[in-house]
Design a protein around this ligand. Structure first.
Ligand SMILES: Nc1nc2c(ncn2[C@@H]2O[C@H](COP(=O)(O)OP(=O)(O)O)[C@@H](O)[C@H]2O)c(=O)[nH]1
Ligand SMILES: [Mg+2]
Ligand SMILES: [Zn+2]
Length: 356
């Protein structure tokens, strides 16, 4: 197998060039599990860990390898390789990790398309779709919305759900399919291109792993029965994983994510809510918060029905969440930097002490 089959292309080559990595093997991280990585190289598949140096110089979790990353590594034995460095990414899908720390968590790297998956049953939720969409727009990853489990509802209900999405979300393709009947699978297969990477995003139990199995025609992924009480799937996919389809498309499965806090470094919100942002140029005050101000063009549009009140509300919520995260991120980076410096100073002193 050659690296191109795993998505290696000119873009990655350009990012790799100039890094003086000629003495290393190059590979793509295809799975990650508790700090251990599986890397696909030209010579085969290898288990790997990161160098102490990489761990030491990593300022935040972003700097660690993630599924989809291209890495330079030394192969010592089949189950012992060391990742020396991560090739800069052309895209990074990240979220705020759940828990008090609100750290940034990389979901996948070097992704071309995200398949935003929702089941047509109780999982369907437009606010959550906008949330995922914001993450994609911020990562410069192209979104494709995929509704699953259409076998559970009638044709009319399905069409109604698709229209509801299209009324609220512009210019994003929407597909609907069933893994049970196979309906709609062809349409998705036709979209998938060789050498492009697709990351599946969506709640637990919506059928992500089943979809990968349907597309690959193999039982690669383990899937879970739905718990009758909560209507949620059990967490069967325990870690992220990249697989290659027969037509050359590359899919990244993800464990279900209960919380997807937005991380927005590249104006993802502005893209997702472009209608609102465009309107806000006509607000009376340049620092309008679009909540109570007189002369707010956004509020006016909500009143006269041009903007869906639910979209407006979700926009404000995500904007707030983003601002909060950014402030805490700056604080944390400062602290981490200070801590890193303290540690480095300590070692420097220690080395000096020995030399004397
Ligand atoms: N009715 C129906 N059930 C599905 C469909 N796709 C998946 N399922 C079921 O939903 C449950 C969760 O699927 P799974 O692929 O593990 O979801 P994941 O957590 O998103 O990976 C399993 O019991 C699947 O058999 C579908 O299209 N229709
Ligand atoms: Mg799964
Ligand atoms: Zn306003």
């Amino acid at each position: 197998m050659i690296l191109e089959d795993f998505g290696y292309n000119q873009r990655i080559e350009a990012l790799r060039a100039g890094q003086q990595l000629n003495t290393f093997e190059l590979g793509r991280v295809i799975s990650e599990h508790k700090g251990r990585y599986t890397v696909r190289c030209e010579k085969g598949i290898f288990d790997a860990e990161i160098t102490g140096n990489l761990r030491f110089s990593a300022l935040s979790r972003e700097d660690y390898p993630a599924v989809g990353d291209w890495v330079a590594l030394n192969i010592y034995e089949p189950d012992f390789s060391i990742i020396h460095s991560v090739i800069p990414r052309f895209s990074t899908i990240a979220r705020q990790a759940p828990g008090a720390k609100r750290a940034l968590q990389v979901i996948a790297a070097n992704v071309d398309y995200a398949l935003l998956i929702q089941a047509v049953d109780r999982d369907f939720n437009l606010n959550r779709l906008e949330r995922y969409l914001t993450i994609c727009n911020s990562s410069r990853v192209n979104p494709i919305i995929v509704l699953t489990k259409t076998d559970l509802i009638g044709e009319t209900a399905k069409t109604a759900l698709i229209s509801r999405i299209k009324e609220r979300i512009n210019d994003v393709p929407v597909l609907a399919l069933s893994n049970v009947t196979g309906n709609g699978l062809d349409e998705l297969t036709r979209l998938i291109e060789k050498g492009k990477t697709y990351c599946l995003l969506g709640s637990s139990g919506v059928g992500k792993s089943t979809l990968i199995n349907s597309l690959s025609g193999k039982q690669t992924m383990s899937t879970g029965a739905i718990c009758q009480h909560s209507n949620r799937g059990r967490h069967v996919t325990s870690h992220r994983q990249l697989i290659v389809l027969e037509n050359g498309g590359l899919l990244i499965d993800n464990p279900g994510m209960r919380e997807v806090g937005v991380v927005d470094t590249n104006q993802g919100l502005e893209t997702t809510f472009d209608d609102i942002v465009r309107l806000s140029e006509n607000c009376k005050f340049s620092d309008c918060t679009h909540t109570i101000e007189a002369g707010c063009a956004v509020l006016k549009a909500v009143e006269n029905g041009t903007i869906d009140p639910a979209a407006h509300e979700n926009y404000l919520k995500l904007e707030k969440e983003k601002a909060f995260f950014e402030t805490s991120l700056i604080e944390r980076k400062k602290k981490e930097k200070m801590f890193g410096k303290t540690v480095k100073d300590y070692y420097k002193k220690k080395v000096k002490g020995k030399e004397q």
